[in-house]
Design a protein around this ligand. Structure first.
Ligand SMILES: [Zn+2]
Length: 427
């Protein structure tokens, strides 16, 4: 048990927060057992059988904590601890439980299970919230299946047009609508948008996925801004043929054009001279994919991020030009699609101050920081005050089976979250 020192005065009830670290860690491990990859790797793609089983497990935990459950038409899960003034805008917290192929145990899950434990800790401490506290598990924070990240939070914040959502399909050609309906989420998608003033504040607990906290030897970080992500998909159409029969001067090899583009993506990111600019070509699907056949078609997916929107967009334009130049040189056709190009998000001063003060009240050192990964909070910031709390992780490793955060640090993050939820829900 991680517990605070109860103090006298009006805060006495709030300050008695004990985190059951053993139970929380056991739940994280149990959730990781819902995987389509051999453990310790975790693969949990949205609306797969495994994802649905994991969701059922989360719902069980919420029900056991006496939370009132609701699911929307895209599968976002809301689990509410009603306050004594249930009409007031609620305090939200949560994250995601979907996991990219061969990921680890902590990304997203710490914010969902930590959120549940924070609520249980407040309940055990006898705290009674005035505003309702609501846990959210967002659908498909990862872009694995539909090529777009933060699907659930984009839709509930009104950040994704319905026509665009309805046009999304997975790599098997199944539309988002077919897939979500088959998974049991059948309501109208236009009801997913939350009404104005639904939340007062939203806090997201998440592993850092970077090395800063470990390097500074600080257990938690309070996030002041989230970097602006963008992603592109590029289809390259060349000409296939027999790898022996077609001579080199006649070739229009789609993969070689793709290779030039991937290198241009790297140079575009480096050209800013700023460490905050990053760009990655993470998907390269080659057709037909046979050793004795010239690649005729390639699909690339490119991810570009920066905390500065203008600089991020300069890089996007440089990549755009490089794609056209490579196509010209290689005699291939290209088609480009911007999957998303979102502005960065600022945390709210009030939410950041609350988290920082909770750290101080609990005697926990914290570091103000910037998130280079994007999170559901990026979209939540469009409808409510947000801030994130990062938990130190080992060597900054994430999206890999060897991702790791210690039970102690997770408990510390959960305790700070519980304290902040209590502060925010009292008023
Ligand atoms: Zn995440």
């Amino acid at each position: 048990m991680y517990r605070t020192e109860p103090e006298g005065g009006p805060d006495a009830k709030i300050m008695d927060i004990a985190i059951n670290s053993e139970q929380l860690y056991g739940e994280l491990e149990k959730l990781a057992s819902f995987t389509d990859a051999p453990p310790p790797a975790v693969t949990r793609v949205v609306f797969s059988k495994t994802d649905l089983a994991a969701r059922a497990y989360i719902k069980e935990l919420c029900i056991a904590a006496n939370l009132v459950i609701r699911e929307d038409a895209i599968g976002n899960l809301f689990a509410r601890w009603p306050g004594s003034a249930p009409g007031l805008p609620a305090i939200g917290t949560g994250s995601h439980t979907d996991a990219i192929p061969h990921a680890g145990l902590y990304d997203g899950t710490v914010g969902v299970l930590g959120g549940i434990e924070a609520i249980r800790a407040l309940q055990r401490g006898g705290y009674e919230p005035r505003r309702s506290i609501e846990l959210v598990m967002f659908t498909s924070e990862e872009p694995t299946r539909f090529g777009i990240g933060c699907l659930g939070s984009r839709l509930l914040s009104g950040s994704l047009a319905l026509e665009r959502a309805l046009a999304l399909a997975d790599s098997d050609g199944r539309s988002l609508d077919q897939v979500r309906t088959a998974a049991g989420f059948t309501g109208a998608l236009d009801n997913v948008v939350l009404p104005g003033g639904y939340y007062d504040t939203f806090l997201e607990l998440h592993v850092e996925q970077g090395p800063v906290l470990e390097q500074r030897n600080i257990p938690v970080g309070v996030v002041a801004a989230i970097a602006a992500p963008a992603s592109l998909r590029v289809w390259i159409e060349g000409e296939g043929g027999h790898a022996g029969a077609v001579l080199m001067p006649q070739r229009r090899d789609a993969l070689l054009a793709a290779a030039e583009i991937a290198l241009a993506v790297e140079s575009a990111a480096k050209s800013t001279g700023v460490i905050d600019t990053v760009a990655t070509t993470g998907v390269c699907d080659v057709f037909p994919g046979a050793v004795n056949s010239i690649p005729s078609r390639v699909k690339l997916e490119i991810d570009v991020r920066d905390i500065d929107l203008a600089r991020r967009d300069i890089v996007l334009r440089a990549i755009d030009r490089a794609i056209d130049e490579a196509a010209e040189r290689r005699g291939v056709q290209v088609r480009k699609e911007v999957l998303n190009a979102d502005p960065p998000a600022q945390s709210s001063r009030r939410a950041v101050d609350t988290l920082t003060q909770s750290c101080e009240a609990l005697g926990i050192p914290s570091l103000p920081m910037v998130s280079r990964a994007y999170h559901d909070s990026l979209f939540m910031s469009r409808i409510t005050d947000v801030a994130m709390l990062f938990v130190r992780c080992r060597a900054g490793i994430s999206h890999r089976p060897d991702e790791y955060a210690s039970p102690e640090d997770i408990a510390i993050g959960t305790m700070v979250l519980a304290h902040a939820l209590a502060q925010l829900s009292r008023t």
